[in-house]
Design a protein around this ligand. Structure first.
Ligand code: NAD
Length: 351
């Protein structure tokens, strides 16, 4: 595929992530056309069809894979089925976008990685936070050395779910805060610190479903210590603080003005910090107003993720979030689950 060729995409799985995030995000993206939808649940198929007038609709995803004119497939079924659908889609010659978590076992990840290494198809994993504007800004600042050597990362990710689909109620089927939520930040830590998570200690608490809340303490290969706190049934928050020897950054992903920098001499809430924050607000307002038209900062992270995938397909460049990234984030989540079960710290499996 070259230059500005239009990419024709089919979705397998038309539940929450497809209907509420990907389809709205893709509306404002030129160059990618949604031509197929597949879901075993006719109601989910119907709900998704209200967003997009797709040429092809199927209740069996195998039928979607048979459509020759579909270039790429987005795999948005629950994680336990990701690898099955991905292998079938590669056999059908499709490029793949796969939602997180890549799978539920490292063996499944490795099976897919080995199969994908024997094709020329592009495969990208859906850790959308990597494409959030603030995450990219933070990575650039860290790479420029603005924070000095990193010391500590502290993440908080909470949501306000009253109820979840059946598969989200047990670890065995991919549910719980570790596999559904914390895994985003395990990937984010790797992306920001450019290092691997080596060892974790974790606790989880179950309630209406397994692992509704989770905390993890981690040690990374470059010495950075990291923590994440997750809860699925409270108010919504998605933030991270990155502390280095010469400064720190606080990112709040649901806010357009959610990036705050601090130096070793600044004090939160002092006059200087408030003036800087007000200046940033004024500077970023026009960009934010533009963003609101496309669903706000959070939805834009999905659009930018798709924009990246589109560019990879058009230019033949390897996408920025790979199967190996998906495997490594899962390895951290599985080690954390193991730690929560055994009460011991656990070393993270490396391929
Ligand atoms: N990146 C993100 O921010 C984000 C957000 C939400 C969910 N997700 C991920 O997306 C995936 C889906 O999550 P969701 O919340 O949309 O789940 P969901 O339960 O709302 O939707 C899943 C859909 O897949 C369909 N399905 C299941 N098996 C199928 C099969 N064999 N063939 C066709 N359709 C099938 C179900 O009928 C359902 O409609 C999960 O891996 C989840 O972790 C990612």
């Amino acid at each position: 595929m070259e230059g500005d060729t239009e990419i024709r995409i089919g979705f397998v799985g038309c539940g929450r992530v497809t209907e509420q995030l990907h389809l709205p995000a893709l509306k404002s993206l030129q160059g990618m056309k949604i031509v197929g939808l597949a879901d075993m649940d006719p109601e989910a198929l119907h709900r998704a069809s209200r967003h997009v007038d797709a040429e092809y609709r199927f209740t069996d995803y195998q039928d979607l894979l048979k459509v020759d004119s579909i270039d790429a497939v987005a795999i948005c079924v629950p994680a336990q089925k990701h690898v099955e659908v991905a292998l079938a889609a590669l056999d059908a010659g499709k490029h793949l976008f796969i939602e997180k978590p890549l799978a539920l076992t490292l063996e499944d990840c490795d099976r897919l990685i080995d199969r994908a290494s024997r094709t020329t198809r592009m495969v990208m994993l859906g850790f959308n936070v990597r494409w959030h504007r603030l995450a990219r800004q933070a990575r650039a600042l860290i790479q420029e050395g603005r924070l000095g050597p990193l010391d500590l990362i502290r993440s908080v990710l909470t949501s306000s779910h009253d109820s979840v689909p059946e598969w989200r109620k047990t670890r065995a089927t991919g549910g719980g805060a570790m596999l559904e939520m914390a895994i985003h930040h395990f990937d984010l830590w790797r992306y920001l610190a450019q290092a691997e998570v080596e060892e974790v200690s974790a606790y989880t608490r179950s309630g209406l479903w397994e692992d509704e809340s989770a905390t993890v303490i981690a040690r990374m290969s470059n010495g950075v210590l990291a923590t994440v706190a997750c809860a699925e049934r409270t108010s919504q928050n998605n933030s991270v603080e990155i502390c280095g020897r010469t400064g720190s950054l606080a990112l709040s992903f649901y806010r357009f003005d959610g990036l705050e920098c601090a130096t070793t001499t600044s004090i939160p809430g002092d006059v200087r910090s408030r003036v800087d924050a007000a200046k940033r607000l004024i500077q970023e307002l026009p960009q934010a107003l533009l963003g609101f038209r496309h669903g706000g900062e959070w939805l834009l992270s999905y659009r930018d993720e798709w924009r990246h995938f589109l560019a990879s397909l058009q230019n033949g460049a390897q996408p920025g979030c790979t199967l190996e990234d998906g495997r490594q984030a899962l390895a951290v989540a599985l080690a954390a689950i193991n730690s929560a079960s055994t009460g011991k710290s656990v070393r993270v499996d490396r391929r």
